[in-house]
Design a protein around this ligand. Structure first.
Ligand code: NAI
Length: 335
């Protein structure tokens, strides 16, 4: 059972007299910077000169270069994409860190897989919202919380855990709950969803399309049934509102019987073994090594994989039905 911390367990005062530097003003950066400022903290924004920096200025923040904020702030929230963090640290952050600084990440990847070398004198913590940035801001404004994971990689000060909780409170997460976790756990659950769960769902959707079209069904009708009707979204929504299994009750008895009686056959032992192999590659760092090499080589495999899916007949059916897709998307998202 997870340990979950709430507002009463966290003390924003831990951050008194400490300047907060938010590095990056994108999805998470904007939401977290605004929430922390509204929680009474002294927040600087460090950004490259782009549209995000313009947005931060128009939201009333002092915006400086990343290296300047690394020098001036005591607690740095690293909210730029994971892929660019190693190079940005090497050039703009690590040379300007002071002893006793705190680095707070919103993802476990770069620290668990040791992609960023760091000095021993600083605290390295994680506060990772399980929520998109826009909702991080909206839920804070409505005084509702959202889940986040917290963890400590390096506790040089003896206060690292209290600081993580203070940040989780200042960004509004402890109103619902901050779960005790770790960089390893966050990176693992994230990558395993990306490498096992979503690709299995994607691949099964493609198989559904391919088999029915092979057996004479019209590709446009199959694509409409598969995802363009929006049923997928309604099932996902019901999993949250009703519960993962209880949402089955919204389906007919025929559907319930079909789903429950055939499910195990869709996941034979070979798939279970592959899931273990993918998890082993994640936990051993083999995937992180492969991904680093792919990026250094200019993403040749990723580009080839994209070409494959764009040429799939499902993509062609979807292009023919683009107008329908837009109308259905609007109807579902407006409800
Ligand atoms: P994002 O893609 O919205 O980041 C945009 C920001 O990064 C902008 O401020 C931009 O100026 C800056 N940036 C982009 N390339 C840069 C470069 N080469 N050098 C310097 N700055 C650069 O990032 P997002 O999605 O907010 O992710 C930030 C962190 O939060 C990541 O660690 C991510 O894993 C984590 N996270 C993201 C969630 C989300 O909702 N997107 C949810 C939970 C965690």
């Amino acid at each position: 059972m997870a340990t979950i911390y709430h507002d009463n367990d966290a003390h924003i005062e831990v951050l008194n007299n400490r300047r907060i530097g938010v590095i990056g003003y994108g999805n998470q950066g904007r939401a977290q910077a605004l929430n922390m400022r509204d929680s009474g903290l002294d927040v600087l924004v460090g950004n490259i000169e782009d549209d995000y920096a313009i947005q931060a200025k128009s939201d009333g923040f002092d915006v400086m270069s990343i290296s300047q904020v690394a020098r001036e702030a005591d607690v740095l929230l690293i909210l730029i994409p994971d892929e660019v963090q190693p190079a940005v640290f090497e050039q703009d952050i690590t040379p300007h860190l002071n002893a006793q600084d705190v680095l707070c990440f919103a993802s476990g990847y770069n620290i668990f897989f040791r992609q960023i070398p760091l000095p021993d004198t600083i605290d390295v913590i994680m506060v990772a919202p399980r929520m998109i940035g826009q909702a991080v801001r909206q839920l804070y404004e409505k005084q509702e919380g959202y889940p986040c994971l917290i963890g400590v990689d390096r506790d040089a000060s003896g206060n690292a855990h209290a600081t993580a909780l203070a940040i989780a409170k200042a960004i509004g997460a402890t109103r619902l709950g901050a779960f005790e976790s770790s960089f390893e756990e966050e990176a693992t659950i994230d990558l395993f969803a990306e490498q096992m769960l979503w690709p299995a769902i994607n691949r099964l959707c493609m198989l559904y399309f391919e088999k029915l079209v092979d057996r004479g069904c019209d590709p446009d009708i199959v694509a409409t049934e598969l995802h363009l009707s929006g049923e997928f979204l309604e099932i996902a929504r019901a999993m949250i509102t009703e519960g993962f299994f209880k949402q089955l009750k919204l389906h007919s008895h025929t559907s319930q019987y079909g789903q429950l009686s055939r499910g195990d056959r869709m996941i034979p032992d070979s798939v279970v073994n592959e899931a273990d192999a993918v998890l082993d590659e994640i936990k051993s760092g083999e995937f992180a090594k492969e991904w680093k090499a792919e990026q250094e080589n200019g993403l040749p495999t990723l580009k080839a994989l994209w070409e494959n899916v764009q040429a799939h007949p499902l993509s062609e059916a979807e292009a023919r039905l683009d107008d329908l897709r837009r109308i259905v998307a609007k109807a579902h998202l407006d409800t």
